[in-house]
Design a protein around this ligand. Structure first.
Ligand code: PMT
Length: 212
């Protein structure tokens, strides 16, 4: 099978030396890519900047901004049977890129941000993807209900929610604890190494694909 995976953060440039980003290390998405490559699937890994070595045997598409990730997903998604969105995409970017370094002036500086495209949310309506669609949900409260809202709004078959208010899991940790939110049920997978969870996620994804 061909599996498209997004991973890592996006970087939204403000001026030649500054950008807005988040704490995603890429570990969760790369663990899924490693696991899928070990099972002989074809992997298209679309990744924001990370410190992680590119897994062997994957088609690697490096991107920086949400707009670049959107364009890469649009280009490749219909080659995939399964798409898994583990990237932490910036919801907003600076309204303007300043060509010159922003100089220090007053005591405050107000930035105007504009909305980035929702990549996962574009897969069904805009990209016409009919394969198995799996999103993540990074939540700090009401984890299950927020994840269920994303499942419905974005047309996913499964949303994998993690509580990113916890320091021991989620962003940049080697471990995670995930809540699997399906259309008709919810299942908690207790805290474990991301490499172990990646095998579980891959197994579920391929089963979902076979039964859909
Ligand atoms: O990279 P690590 O350090 O290992 O951390 C893993 C993780 C915490 C980043 C990962 O487990 C995770 O939760 N990824 C999703 C982060 C996120 O942006 O969640 P969200 O709830 O804001 O977005 C919901 C879904 O829509 C996600 O699948 C996201 O990739 C996608 N999205 C969001 C915004 C946007 N503009 N486009 C998108 O495709």
């Amino acid at each position: 099978m061909t599996i498209l995976i997004t991973a890592g953060p996006t970087r939204e440039p403000l001026d030649p030396v500054r950008y807005l980003t988040n704490r995603s290390s890429g570990k969760m998405g790369y663990a899924i890519a490693d696991s899928a490559a070990a099972h002989q699937h074809r992997i298209i890994l679309i990744s924001g900047p990370t410190e992680i070595e590119i897994p062997d045997g994957v088609d690697f598409i490096p991107v920086e901004t949400a707009a670049e990730m959107y364009a890469a997903v649009e280009k490749y998604i219909n080659k995939a049977d399964i798409a898994i969105f583990a990237a932490a995409v910036a919801d907003y970017r600076p309204a303007e890129f300043q060509d010159q370094k922003i100089k220090k002036h007053g005591d405050t500086l107000t930035l105007e941000l504009v909305k980035n495209p929702d990549i996962l949310g574009s897969c069904r309506d805009k990209f016409h993807f009919t394969g198995t669609l799996i999103g993540f949900a990074a939540e700090t409260q009401n984890v299950e209900s927020n994840a269920r809202g994303k499942l419905e709004r974005k047309g996913c078959d499964l949303v994998i929610a993690n509580d990113v208010s916890r320091a021991d899991i989620g962003f940049d940790s080697n471990e995670n604890e995930i809540l699997l939110v399906y259309k008709d049920q919810t299942e908690l997978i207790e805290k474990a190494q991301k490499s172990h969870l990646a095998h579980i996620i891959l197994d579920l994804a391929t089963k979902l694909h076979r039964t859909s």
